[in-house]
Design a protein around this ligand. Structure first.
Ligand SMILES: [Zn+2]
Length: 318
């Protein structure tokens, strides 16, 4: 990078940090909360072609019971609340953190009350805001072993199908608690279970929990991305860096298709029609457009068919 460009970058980064501090302070409940968040520095914004579109603002809303959507229009961030503290899953790109913070506060909750932060996969567009959220809340971050390694080193490894084509980041985290397949994590009365669903990345993780409204409890699944996307040259059908890619995907499809699933949420909300379902609900659709017990199975089947198409393209032509 040229010195002038470097200097400009530093100035922009400084302005960005001040912006987050102002946003956090402005959205806080009172002077005490403002003082709490005033010293928290943000992470450097991700530089990606689709970031402006991905960070368009979205009004936060209740999905069901104590489960809320607090993300942007195109990047999910899910808050599960309790009187003993909250759980947040995914934190979008770094520059979306002020929006996530404002969305959480608009719902009447405090970022400082987040006790545990979970992640679907370690790419910049779902993990980029984790470091800033952790600083704001002092929450523990928990992830699968491969994801924890990436989150602590701040970059993907060559076994990631998109290795080499990803923007820089996410900002490294000092400590990530490693969770195992089927492990249940808890905050107060909240219980969430991890399901390792690798393929999109080696550490990909889906999360399940139950939320209740008036005594009716539903199974909610936050299913990780299952798209077979890669950097040029990577072959899902035969990678020396990630030899188990296809087997991993098949295992993940089977897990997700079989999960008890009333409501499906995904890191990219359009994949599970989240905002379209919200519109139908707001239009008075009955039954509730979010409740769709076939959604997980359909999601897994569509992803399997996409992988098969991709594998067919990878075969050498005869
Ligand atoms: Zn990804």
């Amino acid at each position: 990078m040229k010195p002038r460009a470097h200097q400009k970058h530093r100035i922009l980064r400084g302005a960005w940090r001040a912006f987050l501090v102002l946003c956090a302070a402005g959205a806080a409940a009172g002077p005490a909360a403002a003082a709490e968040t005033a010293a928290v520095p943000a992470s450097a914004p991700a530089d990606c072609p689709r970031c402006p579109e991905w960070t368009e603002s979205q009004k936060p809303f209740r999905v069901y019971g104590n489960t809320y959507y607090v993300g942007t229009r195109a990047l999910s961030s899910i808050l599960i609340t309790s009187d003993a503290g909250h759980v947040l899953i995914d934190a979008a790109v770094a520059q979306a953190v002020p929006q996530l913070v404002a969305n959480i506060r608009a719902l009447g909750f405090r970022v400082e009350d987040i006790r545990l932060v979970l992640n679907s996969h370690d790419h910049f567009d779902h993990a980029g805001g984790l470091a800033a959220i952790q600083r704001l809340s002092s929450a523990q971050v928990a992830a699968s072993a491969p994801s924890a390694r990436v989150l602590m080193q701040g970059h993907s490894d060559p076994d990631d199908p998109q290795y080499g084509s990803l923007p820089r980041g996410p900002e490294p985290l000092a400590h990530v608690r490693v969770i195992r397949d089927e492990e249940t994590v808890s905050v107060g009365p909240l219980r969430l279970t991890a399901h390792l669903t690798p393929g999109h990345t080696p550490g990909g993780t889906s999360w399940t929990w139950s939320s209740c409204e008036a005594g009716r409890c539903l199974h909610i699944v936050y299913a990780d991305s299952l798209s077979a996307i890669s950097a040029p040259g990577f072959r899902f059908s035969g990678s020396t860096n990630y030899p188990s890619a296809m087997r991993d995907f098949e295992k993940s499809f089977a897990i997700l298709a079989a999960l008890p699933c009333d409501i499906l949420l995904t890191p990219h909300p359009e994949v599970s029609d989240t905002l379209a379902r919200l519109k139908r609900r707001e239009g008075g659709a009955a039954p509730d457009a979010f409740v769709d017990p076939e959604a997980c199975r359909s999601y897994a089947l569509a992803a399997r068919s996409d992988l098969q198409k991709r594998i067919a393209q990878e075969q050498p032509s005869r």
